[in-house]
Design a protein around this ligand. Structure first.
Ligand SMILES: C[S@@+](CC[C@H](N)C(=O)[O-])C[C@H]1O[C@@H](n2cnc3c(N)ncnc32)[C@H](O)[C@@H]1O
Length: 588
């Protein structure tokens, strides 16, 4: 350590911004690097993070830096002692940690119901693949207001005046929610105690009248005060002020401070409980740890770690949950341009991208379809788990991005594949009968705002609706490509790097209603259950088998993974249409 990495050498640029083969590496501690939006406010956030030096009142908020030193998958909330920045001498430990036995096991692919393995790939959300976004008029696409009941996996209700009434009645929130809120309220109260154990925070919240100049510190303090008030509304509210007034003030302040548009901030506020909100927003902005996946078609993780360590890369195994991942803490060489990289010994990809392939559990000699494959992080991982046997069909609609796919397949030594460029929605008309299908769908990228901060301002309701429609069309096609009678599979994994229920649970829910599929466990050891309830929507109770991943909880990109088993090749929608046609024919 001590010497700085040389980042002047840029990785080769691909055919376009979105089809870059690999993003410029960014290290866990590299604050303010590319992709870090927010300008002056962002700088202020880094300097005066709520947990940073300054006012005593702010000292209770966890510092972002804590999470950056954790390995992906490791929840920082559970650790009071964040991992120390690795020193050079820890490198010896790193090599020991990358044990032979792990390497021996790494190609053992678990069976689909007990899966577990590595993963891969670049996580660019890529909403539209230059598809022209043609809207299909298929009946499958209608927006469903599903009416399943379910109790767990519920997203927090947004506070409103109705909630206020419920609070007073002692109703309206589940027990777990109350316990969590109690804990948080206590936490906030403790944070506001002065040295004598007295409550220090008696400031009245100034509601802005629109005339004052913008002052970051004022906004920071007010965010904290409003959250504290909302968490203990009965005692802290100003008389005559409603909960919705506070929420609206908080929304405006958070938008200003974190650089989101109102639409997306409101969504984020609906997804995370109030006491978790700032952690979620802070962690969402911070770059995630740089992780790489060993390409087991070409080398073992231990050998790779050894080779990189000898080049001055300070690394560790990514965690017990993966046999092929390495987390890079620092490097004296550009990780995207080492001889090992160029020889295809590893892929640079976010840890969250390992998960969908782990859930898919590819087997040797199967027929597997990756419906939206470029730039190929997950596809090359699938090929590695198949040990280059069977057939992998890697499809990518955007021809420019397909070039990056071809490049990565060559570099990584993938030989069992066919690369094609269809609109995934039309694939069932071309080819079917796959044992497994991965649909890593184009999405809003709301789980990866640290990589592209423009997401925070550019997504709106229309945009999400359009993406949602396309995702629903793609998932129906993905299921139609699967063979329910496959001896080894019949599985579909649907994933996105979005945290929005519209792109996740809602899409999965429609598939459950319109096709002969059921949800099965993903086999992933961590992650929080998908929502069975969100706002006024109710999703299928088995939605709790899906998994959500968040930067602040799991130290990886925001991600969603669902795994389906197809149990019949008959298509209920087509069958229904045929039956209706038949019965109307009989009547005539
Ligand atoms: C999230 S990215 C996939 C990332 C990839 N799985 C990986 O791990 O490297 C989604 C991809 O879907 C592609 N895409 C968008 N619409 C498509 C469609 N109708 N058919 C097939 N691919 C599409 C986009 O061009 C983009 O490359």
């Amino acid at each position: 350590m001590g010497r700085k990495a040389n980042w002047s050498e840029k990785p080769k640029s691909g055919p376009g911004r979105k089809s870059r083969k690999q993003p410029a590496p960014s290290f866990p501690g590299m604050i303010g690097g590319p992709g870090q939006g927010g300008g002056g406010i962002a700088k202020h956030r880094k300097k005066k993070q709520f947990g940073g030096p300054g006012k005593k009142r702010n000292a209770s908020f966890p510092s972002l830096n804590d999470s950056r030193k954790l390995k992906p998958g490791q929840p920082y909330r559970k650790s009071n002692e964040p991992k120390k920045a690795p020193k050079d001498k820890q490198v010896t430990r790193s090599i020991k940690n990358v044990s032979d036995s792990e390497d021996e096991e790494e190609n053992k692919i678990m069976d689909s119901n007990s899966e577990g393995d590595e993963g891969v790939s670049d996580n660019e959300p890529e909403m539209d693949a230059g598809s022209g976004s043609e809207e299909m008029d298929g009946s499958d696409d209608e927006m469903m207001q599903d009416d399943f009941s379910g109790s767990d996996g519920e997203a927090p209700d947004s506070g409103n005046d109705e909630d206020e009434q419920n609070e007073e009645d002692g109703k309206g929130e589940d027990k777990a929610g109350n316990e969590e809120d109690d804990k948080l309220t206590k936490w906030h109260k403790i944070a506001n105690m002065n040295g004598n154990g007295e409550n220090d925070d008696t400031d009245k919240i100034e509601f802005p009248d629109g005339q004052e100049n913008f002052d970051v510190q004022v906004v920071v303090d007010r965010i904290k005060d409003v959250i504290s008030t909302l968490l203990d509304f009965k005692t802290r509210r100003e008389e005559g002020r409603s909960r919705s007034e506070y929420i609206s003030l908080l929304t405006t302040d958070l938008c200003q401070y974190y650089g989101y548009n109102e639409f997306l901030m409101e969504r984020v506020m609906q997804i995370f409980p109030l006491g978790e909100l700032q952690d979620a927003l802070d962690a969402g902005d911070a770059p995630r740890p740089l992780t790489i996946r060993t390409n087991t078609l070409k080398c073992r993780r231990r050998e790779l770690a050894q080779a990189l360590i000898s080049r001055g890369v300070n690394l560790d195994p990514v965690g017990k949950w993966s046999k092929v991942g390495l987390v890079v803490y620092s490097s004296q060489v550009p990780v995207g341009a080492t001889p090992e990289y160029l020889a295809g010994h590893y892929m640079i990809q976010g840890a969250a991208s390992f998960l969908p392939v782990m859930a898919l559990g590819p087997q040797e000699n199967e027929r597997i379809l990756d419906m939206c494959a470029a730039p190929g992080g997950k596809s090359t991982h699938i090929a590695a788990l198949m040990k280059n046997t069977g057939t992998l069909m890697a499809n990518e609609f955007n021809k420019d991005r397909a070039k990056a796919l071809i490049g990565n397949f060559h570099r990584m030594g993938v030989k069992n594949s066919v690369i094609c460029s269809y609109d995934g929605r039309k694939l069932p008309e071309v080819i079917k009968g796959f044992d497994r299908v991965l649909l890593d769908a184009p999405c809003s990228g709301t789980g990866v705002v640290s990589k592209d901060s423009s997401t925070k301002t550019q997504r709106d309701a229309k945009d999400i609706q359009r993406t949602n429609t396309k995702q629903k069309e793609l998932i129906m096609a993905a299921i139609d490509c699967l063979d329910a009678t496959s001896k080894t599979g019949g599985y579909l994994v649907y994933s996105t790097c979005s945290i929005l229920p519209e792109e996740n649970e809602e899409v999965v829910n429609l598939a459950l209603r319109k096709r002969n599929v059921k949800l099965v466990p993903t086999g992933l050891d961590f992650g929080t259950p998908g929502f069975t309830k969100f706002q006024d929507k109710r999703y299928h109770p088995t939605m709790n088998l899906t998994r959500r991943f968040y930067p602040h909880s799991h130290n990886m990109d925001g991600f969603f993974v669902a795994k389906f088993k197809k149990f019949s090749n008959s298509n209920p929608v087509i069958k229904q249409v045929e039956e209706e046609a038949e019965s109307s024919g009989e009547q005539e």
